[in-house]
Design a protein around this ligand. Structure first.
Ligand SMILES: Nc1ncnc2c1ncn2[C@@H]1O[C@H](COP(=O)(O)OP(=O)(O)OP(=O)(O)O)[C@@H](O)[C@H]1O
Ligand SMILES: [Mg+2]
Length: 274
């Protein structure tokens, strides 16, 4: 069934209100929701999140907790709702969060707009990388530090990404795909973030560059950065991650260790086609 069809067959209202919305009356929390996951005390927690693009009901009651310093691979087939989940966490306008709670380090992100979520520690590296045209590498990084809270110094960033140091005067949009991915990541680290959200960091990159980005992410991991990585290259993501969450049709169908997914052929076959 298409997501549109699901939205249409859904009897729930669509008036844009948050908690207490009548579409969830009698079902909040729904029976399938593990109430133990409703935790303002976990470092990061998503509880019974429902999000829509217009009428299309896409994120359908997603709940999970993440410990500080943990790396979670958020996996699932094309269209499973991975990007939508990241976007909802980052509080972008689309998809619209209609129900649920999102807590980061005791702050209620569900009550915030995207800029406030960013100020409170969300750092989303979107799939399209969004390098700003007409600016050099260094200017892209400086722009990220225009307002507090400021994260890593440019010196520290250039230590982690020597390729960016070499190309600091080059226009960002003329970088190779892999270098643009590094710049997108560097720009986020230039801000003081608490949760790194990576949407397909290896997409469209040659294997040798994937290895380079993997090494960088390993270094970031060793620094204890709490991270959610969405990746079609599930094996690579599982090798980096401590935990895996698998989404299917906007719902969590698995939450366990990365090793469990690597060891479970049926699970991989059913939900990841690997
Ligand atoms: N702006 C939008 N308007 C309407 N529907 C959308 C929009 N963006 C995504 N969707 C739908 O939401 C569903 C989930 O999409 P999403 O991009 O979150 O999936 P995904 O798991 O990231 O997939 P992929 O692996 O292909 O990136 C899909 O059915 C998609 O068509
Ligand atoms: Mg996606």
């Amino acid at each position: 069934m298409s997501e549109e069809a699901k939205g249409v067959t859904d009897t729930k209202s669509n008036d844009g209100s948050l908690l207490g919305d009548k579409q969830f009356e009698g079902s909040a929390p729904s029976a399938s929701v593990d109430v133990s996951k409703r935790s303002q005390h976990a470092y990061f927690s998503v509880w019974d999140m429902h999000a829509y693009y217009g009428e299309s009901y896409i994120v359908q009651g997603v709940s999970f907790n993440i410990r500080e310093g943990e790396i979670v691979a958020l996996l699932g087939r094309n269209g499973a709702g991975k990007t939508s989940t990241l976007r909802a966490i980052a509080r972008l306008d689309d998809p619209q969060l209609k129900h649920g709670e999102i807590w980061l380090d005791h702050k209620p992100l569900h009550d915030m707009k995207a800029y406030q979520a960013a100020q409170n520690g969300i750092g989303l590296v979107p799939e399209d990388r969004r390098i700003i045209q007409g600016l050099t590498v260094e200017e892209n990084l400086q722009l990220a530090q225009i307002a507090p809270p400021i994260g890593w110094s440019l010196e520290r960033i250039y230590d982690l990404f020597p390729r960016l140091a070499e190309r600091r005067k080059q226009e960002g949009t003329t970088l190779s795909g892999g270098e643009q991915q590094m710049l997108a990541l560097a720009r986020i680290l230039a801000r003081d973030i608490k949760l790194l959200l990576l949407d397909e960091p290896y997409e469209g990159l040659a294997p040798v560059i994937v290895h380079e980005i993997e090494r960088t992410l390993e270094e970031i991991k060793s620094l204890g950065m709490t991270t959610i990585i969405v990746e079609q290259n599930a094996i690579a993501a599982l090798h980096l991650a401590d935990r895996a969450i698998i989404l299917d049709m906007g719902e969590v169908v698995f939450d366990g260790t990365a090793q469990e997914v690597l060891d479970n052929k049926e699970l991989r076959h059913e939900y990841l086609a690997i």
